[in-house]
Structure formats: structure tokens, C-alpha cells
Design a protein around this ligand. Structure first.
Ligand code: SAH
Length: 366
């Protein structure tokens, strides 16, 4: 790339690293996504066909409607508390919440108990959410951080939120585990490197069976536990959470940091701030953090299993009966949302439910 084509964030990162030294991968990812002026989510709506990637609620209304029915059933299981806070983390365009609320009409008592709280850092996406949801009669409040949402019984939803939270990476050597960093190469370009000294606190994070398997050069990843810990702690006031994302059920080894731009994979160090950066969610780690913070955990199930149990086929049949010309579109959406392998989201995506410890298994997780 020529110097003229350098993104504004790349210029800033090069200057920062030249002045202060290499930065951990987690800081790099955080700056790429959330830098106040050049961060990926701060400057654009990345969703949809014209954007960089598409998510389950953008594929079909059935996804959000089934989650709305899940939320209503979970609320009934809790004894129908009123009010109840319906919190969504990272609501994107607001599509999931719109579909959830439409499904919630089926249970008027649930709908009238709802206080909606959207936790969103992106001003651009908050604007999209206000356009879509602002006219609804349900009370809705926006927040930059989960900590700003008042306590109380909550139903918390997060779809493709945790994959966008920064990961740390470490690389194994014969001496131990070293933090993976972003540095500058001889030509002054951004390049991955490893911290010179091994770190004992990092080594302590790597599960023993993975440490044994790891050859020199192997990458191990982890995320900061603050948000899942805060989420689980909130459930002590009562409630449940449904977390859906792509990732693995068991902790593993390997580099999953991924850049996507215009629906194609890109180089994670090229055009920082202009490509989406995500990494697999480690559901075993997420579950452990939540349980240690006092929540009860169910799953993970695959997204295909969960949507099947929540009745996606029945939902499609009703929609087809109402609009027969949509049958092929609905079948394609079901295939995309539930099928296995790399073409579908059915097995790569997982669903984890968290709950107040007194709650029985949540709908779909029995
Ligand atoms: N849930 C939506 C959007 C997924 S994209 C969907 O399924 O379509 C990730 C979303 O999380 C975006 O709305 C992004 O702006 C938001 N986000 C990323 N990091 C965040 C953070 N730390 N706090 C709150 N929102 C965040």
C-alpha cells in the first residue's frame, strides 16, 4: 500500500508504536473497533448486503421472533415479574429488538411489563436503532455501558456482541507464553510480533491440557472477563440471558482473529479501522466466568439445535401460509440459519443461556 492510501488510524497507530513501543493485540483490536474518531463501529453501519457482514436477525425476521417467544417464555417461568428490563448488548440496526418486540405482542402482560435498554457504543448504530424503534410505545433507553442500566430483574440478549470484544493473544515458545503484540517491521509497517519475555500470569491462564498440546508457535486467546462477570452479577437480581455468537464450545488453541471487509476476509493489519475485526467466542471460558460470578449456565447448544427446539419450522410454515410467494426465501433463510458446515450458521454459532441460580432450565435448554 502506498503512504497516501494509509488509513488515518494506521498513521496514528504507527506513530503510537514508534513512540511507545509495541501494543498488545487486544489494544490493537480495541483501537480498530472503538477509537473515538476512526474506530470501525464509530464511523459506519457495517451491517447488511452493502456493508461488510450480515447477521442472523438481518437474514430473517424468524430469528428475532423466536428469541422474542423465548424471552416471553423465560419471563413466564420467572413468575411474570413487572417491571422487567429487556436489555440488548450491541443491538446493531435494532432489527433483533424490533422482531423480539413484535413477537412479545403475543403476550400483552409481558409487553406491558417491559422496559427496554439498549447498550450501544456506536453513535451511528444508535441513530439507526432510534429510527427503527423510536416510535414504539414501549419505554426505551440507550446506554454506552451495561453498568448504566438500573438494577432489577432482567432479560439480556446479545447476538454477535462478544465476538466484537477485544481478545488477547499469547504465543508459546520453549520458555513459556508470550503476549502477542503489534509492532513495526523494518519498513515501518504494522507487523505481528511477540513480547520478548514469557509471562507467568499468561501461562497461568492456559488450561493445562492445552499447554501440554501446544507446540512452540501455537497461539492461545482469551478475552477480558469484565462484561460477562457484570452480566452474571446482574442476574443475582433475577432474570436470564441468551448469548448467541460464533465460536467453540470447548476452549482451544489457534489464532481466530479475523478481519472482514465487503463480505470478504481481509488482512487484520491492513486498513485498520476500515475492516471488521472479530474472534471466536470461547463458550467454555464464558460459562466458567458466569458460573463463578454466581449465575446458572445452560448449554451451549448449536444455533441450529436452539432454533429447531424453539420451532423455526412451525414459524416458517405460518409465515408461508400467510405469504406463499415467500416460501423459497423462508426455506433459504432456514438453511442459512440452521445448517451445518461453512455455508450455514447452524453449528458454527452457539447459544449459551445464563440465569439466576434458582431458575430451572430455560426454554430450549431443557
Ligand atoms: N447484534 C447485532 C449487531 C452485531 S455487530 C446483530 O446481530 O445484527 C456488534 C454490535 O455491538 C454493534 O452494534 C456494535 O456497535 C456493538 N458493540 C461493539 N462493542 C461494543 C461495546 N463494547 N459495548 C456496546 N456495544 C458494542
Amino acid at each position: 500500500m502506498t503512504a497516501g492510501a494509509m488509513s488515518p488510524l494506521e498513521a496514528e497507530l504507527r506513530a503510537l508504536i514508534a513512540a511507545k513501543g509495541p501494543i498488545p493485540v487486544s489494544d490493537y483490536m480495541a483501537l480498530c473497533l472503538a477509537h473515538p474518531t476512526h474506530g470501525y463501529y464509530m464511523t459506519r453501519d457495517p451491517l447488511g448486503r452493502a456493508g461488510d457482514f450480515i447477521t442472523a436477525p438481518e437474514i430473517s425476521q424468524m430469528f428475532g421472533e423466536l428469541i422474542g417467544l423465548w424471552a416471553a417464555a423465560a419471563w413466564q417461568q420467572m413468575g411474570g415479574p413487572a417491571p422487567v428490563r429487556l436489555i440488548e448488548l450491541g443491538p446493531g440496526r435494532g432489527t433483533l429488538m424490533a422482531d423480539v418486540l413484535r413477537a412479545a405482542y403475543a403476550l400483552p402482560a409481558f409487553r406491558s411489563a417491559l422496559r427496554v435498554h439498549l447498550v450501544e457504543t456506536s453513535p451511528v448504530l444508535e441513530q439507526r436503532q432510534r429510527e427503527l424503534l423510536g416510535a414504539l410505545t414501549v419505554p426505551i433507553a440507550w446506554h454506552r455501558d451495561l453498568a448504566e442500566v438500573p438494577d432489577g430483574v432482567s432479560i439480556i440478549l446479545a447476538n454477535e456482541f462478544f465476538d466484537a470484544l477485544p481478545i488477547h493473544q499469547a504465543v508459546k515458545s520453549t520458555e513459556g507464553w508470550h503476549e502477542r503484540v503489534v509492532s513495526l517491521d523494518d519498513a515501518g509497517r504494522l507487523a505481528f510480533a511477540t513480547a520478548p519475555s514469557p509471562s507467568l500470569p499468561i501461562a497461568a491462564r492456559v488450561p493445562a491440557h492445552l499447554d501440554e498440546q501446544a507446540e512452540p508457535g501455537t497461539v492461545f486467546e482469551w478475552r477480558c472477563a469484565d462484561i460477562p462477570r457484570a452480566l452474571a452479577a446482574r442476574l443475582a437480581h433475577g432474570g436470564a440471558a441468551l448469548i448467541i455468537d460464533y465460536g467453540h464450545a470447548e476452549s482451544g488453541l489457534g489464532d481466530t482473529l479475523q478481519a472482514v471487509r465487503g463480505h470478504r476476509y481481509a488482512d487484520a493489519l491492513e486498513t485498520p479501522g476500515e475492516a471488521d475485526l472479530t474472534a471466536h467466542v470461547d463458550f467454555a471460558a464464558l460459562r466458567t466466568v458466569a458460573e463463578r460470578a454466581g449465575a446458572r449456565a445452560f448449554g451451549p447448544l448449536t444455533q441450529g439445535e436452539l432454533l429447531g427446539r424453539l420451532g423455526i419450522e412451525k414459524r416458517a410454515a405460518r409465515l408461508k401460509a400467510a405469504a406463499p410467494t415467500k416460501a423459497a426465501t423462508l426455506d433459504a433463510a432456514i438453511a442459512r440459519l440452521t445448517s451445518a458446515g461453512s455455508s450455514g450458521m447452524g453449528t458454527l454459532f452457539k447459544a449459551l443461556a445464563l440465569a439466576h441460580p434458582a431458575l430451572a432450565p430455560l426454554p430450549g435448554f431443557e
